[in-house]
Design a protein around this ligand. Structure first.
Ligand SMILES: *Cc1c(COP(=O)(O)O)cnc(C)c1O
Length: 234
């Protein structure tokens, strides 16, 4: 299992490096976020020892338990934790106290609560607005029209920093369709960035195991990868 995790990490890093090169982009502009939902804390620690720093969780309880377990054991440190699941008001405090990033902001109220509940000794919480990029009805995230309004409201909260947008498009067949959706997200990202005129707004979180290459070609700055790193989830 150890060797497999290390090989997976190297393979994903190579895919990212190749995509960045093909797109003639700066390699320092793309961050690998390891999606560790359902993955045991021990395997997260192993990945961290191979050099991975950014990890993401989808469920508050599961995430907080693993974060605490890893902190207590203290065999790895300096990890950066991203929350990427749906977030209800009654769970914002736990998230504000334990995570470094929240990428699924789709309402002002959630962002306000996170800002109020963020312990000041931890520094500001980093936020991304989730955009429902392909209009999928069952999915969370704001429309492209709502995104700019929400961004302008969030940008001035005291204990948070608005870092960018996040998308989870429905899986589509073929590179062209993937590219179409990712390019749309890139355009929205650039237009919000222009309107906000904020240098903190630097993160376009898009691309998962199945579409790392196209996401990076379209301008992603953060790919969220689970399966390709840790194997299929049960
Ligand atoms: C699970 C998940 C991922 C990772 O998906 P893989 O296909 O396993 O790489 C990325 N982003 C979000 C929001 C997820 O829930």
């Amino acid at each position: 299992m150890n060797e497999l995790l290390e090989l997976n990490l190297k393979a994903v890093q190579a895919t990212i490096a190749r995509s960045v090169l093909l797109a003639k982009r700066d390699p320092t502009q793309v961050t690998l976020l390891a999606v560790s939902k359902t993955v045991a804390a021990e395997n997260i620690e192993k990945m961290a020892k191979f050099g991975q720093t950014n990890f993401a969780e989808n469920y508050v309880q599961e995430g907080v338990e693993k974060i605490k377990e890893i902190k207590e054991r203290g065999s790895v440190s300096g990890l950066i934790w991203h929350f990427i699941g749906p977030l209800q008001s009654n769970k914002t405090k736990l998230v504000a106290e334990n995570f470094d990033w929240v990428q699924t902001i789709d309402r002002l109220k959630i962002a306000q609560r996170l800002s109020e509940q963020r312990p000041s000794n931890l520094g500001p919480l980093q936020l991304c607005i989730q955009i429902n990029i392909d209009g999928g009805l069952t999915k969370s995230g704001v429309s492209t029209e709502e995104a700019l309004i929400l961004a302008k409201e969030i940008v001035n909260l005291p204990q948070t920093v608005l870092r960018g947008i996040m998308t989870i498009p429905d899986p589509v067949q073929g590179v062209e369709q993937q590219m179409h959706v990712h390019k749309k997200a890139k355009m929205i990202f650039e237009s919000i960035k222009y309107e906000l005129n904020s240098k903190d707004f630097d993160t376009l979180s898009m691309g998962m195991s199945a579409d790392i290459e196209t996401a990076i070609a379209a301008g992603s700055t953060m790919v969220r990868v689970g399966t390709a790193l840790f194997g299929a989830r049960k």
